[in-house]
Write a protein that binds this ligand. Sequence first.
Ligand code: HEM
Length: 277
Amino acid sequence: MTDHRRTLTLTAVLSALIVVSTVAAPMVSARPAHEIPVSEVSTADLAEPNADGWDEVPASDVPLSSAPSSVPNADDTSVETVDVQAARTDERLFVRLEWHDATQDMNASATREFADAVAVQFPTNTSSRPPIAMGGPDNRVNVWYWSGATGTQELLAGGAGSTTAFENPTVQANASHSGTGGNATWTVVYSRQLDAPSENRTDLRTDGDLDVAFAVWNGSNGERSGQKAVSEWHYYPFSGGPQGPPYETLLWSLAGIAIVGVVGVTSFGIYRTRGAE
Ligand code: HEM
């Protein structure tokens, strides 16, 4: 085999490796960063935080940071991530949130005493994404709020300071604090029927993506109302179809083919130039 042939063969092998790795690798991790998978399940053994059914449901690590609000100490928050799981039956959506908190703060009765809490927010109108800071007048948000002191509430907000409670709450929540010290966690499971129970309630039967955001308060760190750790908008992919967009795989494949093309043309050029010497 001449040197030129060897170069060409090596180029072909390397190119093939590039194509295989560019096409195969992104297929494994094609899920977009802000997508939270929702398992379709037939049984609803999910209402309790430690129900066995949750073992089968994938969890997403959602980063949190201090809400940019103007209340005092707004940037003093302590919870940096919340683990989110979601599952849907024909009737209900279940959302399970788990986060680290060494202390179980259940009281907010004394002046400087605050309870641990957690919340999930959805747009009322699911076809557009409202401002992350608790919606706006054009698209309010439904907030499912659980606090160690007050239990579960279902709220409607159109921006910070406009929060009101729905009269007949339909959201259920169960909470559990387990473990000790640094390993201790809170786990809260919310659920609600998919159909909107009344006006201004989010229709969870949407066929499109459903935007969702999260907030966590650590009571012993003085966190309450606007002082809390919040996520960015994420979404549940209710539009169906395979997980992860095919366009991403397509782009990687095109990139792989382009690399092969460039390498091939270059080596052919070198081969011809040298061959002509
Ligand atoms: C990211 C920007 C955010 C800002 C600047 C912000 C700001 C505020 C402020 C100033 C308050 C106190 C006034 C009120 O009750 O309306 C508040 C309360 C509240 N916020 Fe937000 N918020 C943000 C995001 C969120 C998110 C993402 C959620 C839910 C997932 C949420 C849930 C709540 C709840 C449940 C309350 C009432 C808490 C209580 O009664 O102590 N907020 N927020």
